[in-house]
Design a protein around this ligand. Structure first.
Ligand code: GLN
Length: 495
């Protein structure tokens, strides 16, 4: 019984517990066992099996007392280690926060616990969520559970920055996990491991208690095995929060109840600028298949233009580091985590020594770039310019959405790459975000769903971008693809 339970997703666990087909404790025990047996994947920084069990017991007790369970009743999940969790170490995968134990709970994680979820542990990620491969974590690489079908055992990237989340869900260590997405960090790792993930409209989920990277872009969202599970979990995570000034003051729609893969009367835009020269043949073919699937679901396909696409990546890699350089100024050895106080040193020396020892190379690169583009002599040439480009990109989407309801594109330009393949070349790493970043700059909801395998036997994702606040439209197009892709591949267990 117990190993079968880890094949279930959020909806199946919630419904099975509610009906009494199995107990929440059985579910938690099964996932705890898979987590404990998967140390080789390095998906978790901290495991919290007792918290998963405690939440499960509370759900079982509620059920026994005849009380209704929450939206996530009996579902254990993984929590990206970017969310502050009261009493449990929260590091953002950085040495500078090692040992930091928050006195408070992030709004999103609290909402999940209130909905009946339990915590299996804190998931590994790229340091401060900066990266696309999970190779910048102070706590080591996460290894994707997937391998190429060439008989070799090359270690592959689970994507990033939510690489612990993607690996854990794909390897059945958790039925779902939280992610955050600043420039693709939910969608690209979901695509790399064959799971679904949605970044909602900017402001849907409170950022309160999430370690800040680039505040005008950061959004939380669910990563799970299918579209329905994402809809359920997003309902539990979203909602107005007066503690976040950018939080949307709108009611949370009933996305699960609204799921409908019939796209008759809908228009799907295909952005011609995303069809890039030298595009990976398998990615191009998967996109073409996606177009056919949406036609089959009743949608009309229209050609749209997003003319400023080629400026999105450079603009993102100015704006995100600029905001990061400001956000990360707070890590100074005084308030949180690490303190490096050399003998006889003064305050300035302590700041410098702490930051030198505490931040990883990629984080330092971003702080340097961000400080540079904000400096008096270069502000207008870089930062102001990038902000103008951002406005143009948002306008591109507005124009396109006068002709269509959602946009379909690949999630990433390639399938998962090998660990070490890009880590010495930041530019080639940044290029992996090319299809993900525009929707982030425009603040739009965007989702990745699994679309098939490439010739190496690795998952490919398709991305749906929607109008602001139209998560339902995005989820429904995702559902139409899911129904036709029939993606059932899973990594063969080697760990
Ligand atoms: N890969 C992108 C970056 O490195 C996006 C990261 C994210 O969305 N957190 O900035």
């Amino acid at each position: 019984m117990s190993s079968d339970l880890t094949e279930l997703g959020v909806a199946a666990i919630r419904d099975g517990v509610a009906k009494g087909e199995f107990t929440a404790v059985e579910v938690a025990e099964a996932f705890n066992a898979n987590v404990a047996a998967a140390a080789a994947l390095n998906a978790f920084i901290v495991t919290t099996p007792e918290q998963a069990l405690e939440a499960a017991k509370a759900n079982d007790a509620k059920r026994a007392a005849g009380q209704p369970l929450g939206k996530m009743g009996g579902v254990p999940i993984g929590m990206k280690d970017l969310f502050a969790t009261k009493g449990v170490q929260t590091t953002a995968a950085s040495h500078i926060l090692e040992g930091f134990t928050p006195q408070y709970e992030s709004t999103v994680s609290q909402k999940l616990w209130d909905a009946g979820a339990g915590m299996l542990g804190k998931l590994n990620l790229d340091q401060f969520a900066m990266g696309s491969s999970n190779e910048t974590s102070y706590f080591g690489n996460v290894i994707s559970p997937w391998r190429r079908n060439d008989g070799g055992n090359a270690a592959l990237a689970p994507g990033g920055s939510s690489g612990g989340s993607s690996a854990a869900v794909a390897a059945r260590l958790a039925p779902a996990a939280t992610g955050t997405d600043t420039g693709g960090s939910i969608r690209q790792p979901a695509a790399f491991v064959g799971i679904s993930g949605i970044k909602p409209t900017y402001g849907r989920c409170s950022r309160w208690g999430i370690v800040a990277f680039a505040s005008s872009l950061d959004q939380a969202g669910p990563m799970a095995r299918d579209v329905r599970d994402c809809a359920i979990m997003l309902e539990a995570m979203a909602g107005f929060d007066p503690k976040d000034a950018t939080s949307l003051n709108l009611p949370v729609p009933e996305w699960e109840a609204g799921l409908n893969g019939d796209l008759r009367g809908k228009k799907v835009g295909i952005p011609r600028e995303y069809r890039m020269d030298g595009m990976d043949a398998d990615v191009a073919a998967s996109w073409d298949r996606g177009i056919e699937w949406l036609k089959d679901a009743g949608a009309e396909i229209v050609d749209v233009s997003l003319p400023h696409t080629k400026y999105a990546l450079p603009a993102y890699y100015i704006i995100a580091p600029a905001e990061a350089s400001s956000n990360l100024a707070r890590y100074d050895g005084v308030r949180y985590g690490l303190r490096d106080l050399p003998d006889g040193a003064g305050l300035q020396d302590m700041y410098a020594a702490t930051r030198a020892a505490g931040f990883g190379a990629e984080v330092k690169r971003r702080i340097l770039i961000g400080t540079y583009v904000l400096s008096a002599g270069f502000y207008d040439a870089y930062y102001t310019q990038a902000q103008k480009v951002r406005t143009l990109i948002a306008q591109d989407f507005k124009n396109a959405f006068t002709q269509c309801d959602v946009i379909l594109a690949p999630t990433a330009p390639t399938a998962a790459f090998g660990l070490g393949e890009k880590s010495d070349d930041p530019l080639s790493m940044y290029l992996n975000d090319v299809f993900a970043v525009p929707a982030s700059l425009a603040g739009l909801p965007a989702m990745s769903v699994p679309a098939g395998l490439n010739r190496e036997g690795l998952p490919l994702g398709l991305q749906i971008v929607g109008k602001a606040f139209d998560e339902q439209g995005v989820l429904n197009a995702g559902l139409a693809i899911e129904a036709r892709a029939q993606f059932s591949a899973k990594p063969e267990k080697w760990w």
